[in-house]
Write a protein that binds this ligand. Structure first.
Ligand SMILES: [Zn+2]
Length: 259
């Protein structure tokens, strides 16, 4: 029971942090934590996640049926259950709409370029799931192919979901995604992106195991095989960017970013 008490407090604290940082507005977002094999503690619908009390949270079983709590269960419970079912290692999930990352998701752009070494180590890349209507099974379906490998996913025209071995790590990943989105945006404003080259990406793969708590299975972003994917506004820079964009698993976003 003390575990449950602690998790209720953590959800309340993180809900407040999400609101204070502008990652959610009004009644947006939802959080959950795995209590045990059959029970999930989750935020309620219809209230600000920045103003919750521990007693506002509800408990559902793995079928999504409420077993405890006065309030209505989050409408996105289907997404949470999908992630818990597919990833037994996950014990905490955060869904929010941080401005910059959601801007990328609304522009149809994944955050899949190797621009910052820490992000490459921790998350690999942040893919973009196709649009799915919120609160419907369609939304969970769009995430399904990405959940096994990635710990952070952009949801088209919607927001971001992150998850991890505990709530705190899920929340940290949300901060990392938004911070990285801001950096990626700055490179776009500057009109120049110098991608980490493939040899250095190899070293980052090797470095993953050295970092405590980093156990991402996400594939590394793909860079130009010819070394650095330096991008500039010169014609050579544009040619290089086109090459590296062709090499990216999801090539569309890079060419769009150039415009
Ligand atoms: Zn949402």
């Amino acid at each position: 029971m003390s575990g449950e008490h602690q998790l209720r407090r953590e959800i309340v604290t993180i809900g407040r942090a999400l609101h204070e940082r502008g990652f959610i507005a009004a009644c947006d977002g939802n959080l959950s934590a795995r209590l045990d094999r059959d029970r999930i503690l989750v935020t309620p619908s219809g209230m600000s996640k920045g103003a919750m009390r521990a007693s506002d949270l509800v408990i559902v079983n793995m079928e999504g049926r409420k077993t405890r709590g006065r309030r209505e269960v989050s409408s996105e419970i289907g997404m949470h259950l999908l992630i818990y079912r597919m990833r037994p290692d996950v014990r905490g999930i955060v869904h929010a709409h941080p401005r910059t990352a959601t801007g990328f998701a609304a522009a149809g752009l994944p955050l899949n370029q190797p621009l910052v070494c820490e992000v490459v180590i921790g998350l690999g890349q942040i893919p973009l799931a196709p649009y799915g209507t919120p609160g419907t099974p369609e939304l969970a379906k769009t995430l399904e192919p990405l959940v096994p490998q990635y710990d952070a996913i952009l949801m088209a025209n919607h927001g971001v979901v992150t998850y991890g071995a505990d709530l705190q790590s899920a929340y940290m990943k949300m901060e990392t995604v938004e911070h990285f989105a801001q950096i990626a945006l700055v490179t776009h404003v500057l009109g120049q992106q110098k991608l980490i080259d493939s040899a250095d990406l190899e070293k980052l793969v090797a470095a993953r195991s050295k970092y405590l708590g980093v156990n991402s299975a996400a594939p590394m972003p793909v860079c130009s095989p010819n070394g650095n994917g330096a991008a500039s506004n010169t014609s050579e820079g544009r040619r290089r960017k086109q090459r590296s964009s062709a090499d990216l698993r999801d090539s569309e976003p890079v060419s769009q970013l150039e415009n």
